[in-house]
Design a protein around this ligand. Sequence first.
Ligand SMILES: *Cc1c(COP(=O)(O)O)cnc(C)c1O
Length: 360
Amino acid sequence: MILVAKPQLDEAEIEAVSDVLRSGMIAQGQRVADFEQAFAEYNGVEHAVAVNSGTAALHAALLAHGIGKGDEVITSPFSFIATANAVLFTGATPVFADIEPETFNIDPDLMAEKIGPRTKAIMPVHLYGHPAEMDAIREIAEDRHLLLIEDACQSHGATFGGKKVGSFGTGAFSFYPTKNMTTSEGGMLTTNSKDVAEKARMIRAHGSAQRYLHEMLGYNLRMTDICAAIGLVQLQKLDRYTVQRQQNAESLTKGLQDVENITCPTVRNGCGHVFHQYTVRTTRRDDLAAYLNDKGIGTGIHYPIPIHRQPYYQDLGYTDSMPISEKASREVLSLPVHPQLAEEDINHIISSIKEWSGKR
Ligand SMILES: *Cc1c(COP(=O)(O)O)cnc(C)c1O
């Protein structure tokens, strides 16, 4: 089976973890501090704060900006549920704006239409590794005096106009095993604000900067040195992985661009797409997925139900329709693009899809 996602782990990660275990210092310590510094440098930001998931990074980012009850945060309905749940967990209300059909990212014009008196922040998601339209989004944030929080959980190393995502506002990254780099579970908040970084560090540790002195409400969001040791190794390999993803994507597009009823992903001018997912569109999505499964090719649907259509959000009263997201959720199919694919795997994917297309 050609898997749709596969973490790239080898002896270097095993050694790094073993070193931590042998040291006996396995909670948050020096490795976490080193990982934060390396990740901040990589992204061109002043501060990085390590936490134990991407969800925690989003949650801490919102809290550190003072977002809570009575506030609205505008975000994309076409994302993993964590994006909106993090907003709900602060007591604030997620407000959805529909996406652009080409990039699957939030549409800046539709986003602007949703701004109201209670809007406090806008939170684009850089979905599949393709940056959201950050010129327009940053302009909206500046003109309307809104906080900018980026869900960069799928876009480690992606760039917009040469600048890394997660450095435009406050960024949140995930290191879940399927992401472009992993720490097993883990996450990171990135920011140029000293105040936001300090608050996030406190939120991570029950609201304390000094042991047993609790100045605000926080939680335990800490990363372990075991995870950070993996992250330090993975970060060094990230650019190499990204190039492999981009080359795989290029080969897939070359083979699939003329296939009937398949729309390949596009890359906008000025954008560095890191292909967390290589996601095609087809009106016969479920049929294609089943066909590829029979050929030993794993696929993924990101995402089959947009957030506003999830049962819990329906219970909350989200009744607006988001037609572009809803159509996308019926048509998207992610193909394997990870760095461990061999050339014959890619050829097998392409020829299988051509075969499928020819039969129907
Ligand atoms: C993975 C992901 C998250 C959550 O990250 P976890 O580490 O799984 O908590 C949030 N948003 C998006 C877009 C993601 O892909």
